[in-house]
Every structure is written in structure tokens, then in C-alpha cells.
Design a protein around this ligand. Structure first.
Ligand SMILES: NC(=O)c1ccc[n+]([C@@H]2O[C@H](COP(=O)([O-])OP(=O)(O)OC[C@H]3O[C@@H](n4cnc5c(N)ncnc54)[C@H](O)[C@@H]3O)[C@@H](O)[C@H]2O)c1
Length: 431
């Protein structure tokens, strides 16, 4: 029997902990042997879950690199602005790298990561988890199998969800570009990657984008509102009240996301959540935060051969991240907004429905993102165990290309002009 793939977790927060759970489901395939995180609580939790030796617990990722290589691979799950340095350093030390998205916050840094992995001969998996969702894969198979003929237009919507947006992009970690990244990169690099994937090998030639920060601004603050929801006399009339989003949830016994991530030093309960809302970022009035990222953004893309795509990201939705996609082809129309894909055939005028398989172990919180977190880890661990990069769907070249499209779309929004993307391929690192 081969020994399990040994894994280091750099950044033991929400994502690091989720991916680590693969080792609890499949101890024969993966073992977490080290963790680095400045938060003692995060380290302790992972150390206990995975029985990590004391000498392999680090306050910072640099500590690991002072030692000789002692694991097969690393999961880089640090905040957005802390991706490039550890990813490059671990790759140079010979570790295979699983890297959270966005790869990095500039196109140059993304390119440097790919170069470091290529030069060191290590595998890179970027956590574009949707690429591992069975329904997304099935859409690609249907397109490639000719179900709708030539793809002519892709329409794709990402509804972020009203309280999800308030949690992550107004009060939380991704609210301010200087601390994390712009919204299109932080939230929708997944979606631009999917559009790029469904467009097949075609190069994107032009991109344009518009977007704005709407509503979550100081001028929208209701008269009489306080700076914190727990002190606010008009909180009862506010859909974004932190008391409603977090405290009511924990009172109902729901301690899953987003409640699970607001208490940095303890498990969530009524006392710790109340304290977090009293003094922490998640108790702030949504109209009084230091947020500056877009709530709504559109991106139009033109690919070689005239294929067009239109993408929309919007905060103010009922559904949370349940994408809606319609792909128009020369022989039919494909639509999807859940586990089912509908294909209307223009010749027969009949509609067929395809349902993607979605059976995965619903344990240890690995059923997030439509089971894609689990499938992503399965692919990465299998790739490392078998030294087979073909198992990775979100590898360096394609991911770098789609990230570059995101940077060009944002350039278009900022500069108010259509951006010529033909330079993107010239900047690719040759593998
Ligand atoms: N793939 C997805 O769909 C998806 C979803 C959510 C978040 N993300 C991305 O995953 C990354 C992590 O997000 P998260 O929600 O887990 O955030 P988090 O804040 O819960 O976790 C990040 C962890 O990194 C730790 N950290 C900070 N500095 C460090 C250092 N020097 N060395 C080691 N650890 C350090 C923090 O203490 C924290 O525990 C972000 O880049 C985020 O954008 C991806």
C-alpha cells in the first residue's frame, strides 16, 4: 500500500480547514502533517483534528521554509494579498501547490507564480472549484459533443446574495480593494474562467466592463441609524442588520457559515457572536464601513470567430451564488441554473434535460460549493499521488489566461474603454 500524500496547510482559516477535511474522509490518501497560521486558535483546531506534531505548527509560512522539505505538497489558503510570496517560495522548494483563488492580485504576480511552478517542475492547482462541479463539466461535455452546434453567445449571471454580499464584501475580508482585491477578481474570477472554458480554445480579443458600488454607501444610511447594529434603534427595518444575519441564526442553532467565521478566537455561540458583533467588523452598520468594491458589474467579451459573452455580477439577489447560464448555439440553446441542464434542439424542437451526478461524502463540511471542494481535493491529491497533472482541471496555463482576462476587464471599467486582449497570449509563460 502506498503512503498517504503528506500536506501542509498554510492559512488554517475557513478554506484551509475545509480542504483539510479530505484527510479525515480519506486518511489512507492524505495526511495533514503541518500548519502555519498566526492565529493560535486556527492552528490548535487543525492540530487537534489531524494530530499534527507540535514541531510542525508554525506562526507564519516562512517558518516552514526554514526547514528541509518535509511534505509532498502545500495548500496556500492565506488572504488574497498573501498568495504570491508563499506560492512562489513553496514551488521553488519543490512542493506541489494548491493555491486559493485569486492566484494573486496583479497579473504580473500570477505570471510569476506560474513561472516558479513551471521552472521547479511542480504541479499547480488553482481553487477554481466550480471547474470540479459535475454540472459545469457536463455543460462542457454537451458543448464539445455538439449538442447546440457552434457556440455563438454565452450569457452568465452570478447572483451573490444580499446578505452574503453584506457579510463578505461590505463588512468582511473582501470589502476593501487595498486589503484584498477588486470584486470582479475576488468573486467572479470563477465566472470569467468558466466563460473562457466554455468558449473552448478561442482567444478573447476584446473586453469591456462597467460597474459601481451602489447602496452600501454613507449617503444611504437611514436617519437615526447607529454605527453598530446592536445599538441601532432602526435595526428592525434593515435587511442587512447584523443581529438578523448572525445573532438570529445562532439563536436558531445555526452555527454554519457565515456565523462560523465571525469569531476569530473561539467557536460560535450566543455569547461569542454577541461579543463579535459588539466589537468586531461584522457588527458594523453596512452604511458605515470602509468598503469600496463594486456591488454590480457587467463584462462583455468578444472571442475569435465572433463568439460573444455577457457576464453580470450583482449583490442584490435572493439566491446565493446560484449561477444562471444560457449558452446559445447554431443548433440549439442550453440553459442551467442548478443541477439540471436543459437543451432545446432547433431541428427536433424538443427539449432534453440532463442531470449531473452529485454524490459525495456529506461529512466534515466538504459538501460546500455543490461538492466541488471535495472534487477539487480529490483531483489534486490523486494528481500528486500518481504524479499526473492531467487530473487537474484548473492548472496553470488556462487559469493564468482567464485571470488575465479579469485584470483586463477591470482595466476597461476603470479606464472607461474597450480593451484589446490580443496581448494576453504573448504574456503567457510557455510550459
Ligand atoms: N475557492 C473559493 O471559492 C473561495 C471561497 C472563499 C475564499 N476563497 C479564498 O481563499 C483564501 C482564504 O480565505 P478564507 O475564507 O479561508 O479566509 P480566512 O481569513 O478564514 O483564512 C485565512 C487564514 O490565513 C491566515 N494567515 C494570515 N497571514 C498568514 C501567514 N503569514 N502565514 C500563514 N497564515 C496566515 C489567517 O490568520 C487566516 O486564518 C482567500 O484568498 C479567499 O479569497 C476562495
Amino acid at each position: 500500500m502506498t503512503s498517504p500524500v503528506s500536506v501542509l496547510v498554510v492559512g488554517g482559516g475557513s478554506r484551509g480547514e475545509t480542504y483539510s477535511q479530505f484527510a479525515r474522509i480519506h486518511p489512507e490518501r492524505m495526511k495533514v502533517v503541518g500548519v502555519a497560521d498566526p492565529r493560535k486558535f486556527a492552528c490548535k483546531k487543525l492540530q487537534q483534528q489531524h494530530n499534527i506534531a507540535e514541531e510542525n505548527v508554525f506562526e507564519d509560512w516562512r517558518g516552514i521554509l526554514e526547514r528541509d522539505k518535509f511534505a509532498d505538497c502545500v495548500l496556500v489558503c492565506t488572504p488574497d494579498r498573501l498568495h504570491k510570496d508563499p506560492a512562489v517560495a513553496f514551488a521553488r522548494k519543490g512542493y506541489h501547490v494548491l493555491l486559493e483563488k485569486p492566484m494573486a492580485t496583479t497579473a504580473e504576480d500570477c505570471t510569476e507564480i506560474v513561472a516558479a511552478c513551471t521552472e521547479s517542475g511542480v504541479m499547480l492547482t488553482v481553487c477554481h472549484v466550480l471547474r470540479y462541479e459535475p454540472v459545469i463539466h457536463m455543460i462542457k461535455e454537451l458543448i464539445d459533443g455538439g449538442a447546440i452546434g457552434d457556440v455563438v453567445h454565452i450569457q452568465h449571471l452570478e447572483p451573490v446574495g444580499f446578505y452574503h454580499f453584506a457579510h463578505s464584501f461590505v463588512r468582511g475580508n473582501w470589502r476593501n480593494e487595498s486589503e484584498s482585491s477588486f470584486a470582479l477578481l475576488a468573486k467572479s474570477c470563477h465566472d470569467i474562467d468558466l466563460i473562457h472554458h466554455w468558449a473552448g480554445g478561442r482567444r478573447c480579443v476584446k473586453v469591456s466592463s462597467f460597474g459601481a458600488l451602489s447602496h452600501f454607501r454613507k449617503e444611504s444610511k437611514p436617519a437615526g441609524a447607529a454605527n453598530r447594529c446592536l445599538d441601532c434603534p432602526v435595526e428592525g427595518d434593515c435587511a442587512y442588520s447584523a443581529s438578523k444575519i448572525y445573532l438570529d441564526a445562532v439563536k436558531r442553532g445555526n452555527v454554519g457559515w457565515p456565523v462560523s467565521v465571525i469569531c476569530p478566537t473561539s467557536l460560535p455561540d450566543i455569547e461569542s457572536v454577541t461579543e463579535a458583533l459588539r466589537i468586531g467588523p461584522y457588527g458594523r452598520c453596512v452604511y458605515d464601513c470602509d468598503n469600496d468594491v463594486c456591488t454590480n458589474q457587467v463584462v462583455n467579451l468578444e472571442f475569435e470567430g465572433g463568439l460573444t459573452a455577457a457576464f453580470t455580477m450583482v449583490a442584490f439577489t435572493e439566491s446565493i451564488c446560484q449561477r444562471k447560464t444560457t449558452i446559445y448555439g447554431s443548433k440549439g440553446e442550453l440553459s442551467c441554473d442548478g443541477p439540471e441542464i436543459h437543451v432545446f434542439d432547433f431541428l427536433t424542437r424538443r427539449k432534453t434535460t440532463h442531470t449531473a451526478p452529485s454524490k459525495t461524502p456529506e461529512v466534515f463540511g466538504m459538501n460546500g460549493h455543490g461538492a466541488a471542494d471535495y472534487k477539487l481535493m480529490e483531483a489534486f491529491i490523486s494528481a500528486v499521488a500518481n504524479n499526473d497533472p492531467s487530473l487537474i482541471r484548473s492548472g496553470p496555463e488556462e487559469t493564468l489566461r482567464s485571470h488575465r482576462l479579469v485584470f483586463e476587464a477591470e482595466r476597461s471599467r476603470r479606464e472607461g474603454r474597450v480593451v484589446d486582449c490580443s496581448a494576453i497570449d504573448r504574456h503567457q509563460v510557455s510550459a
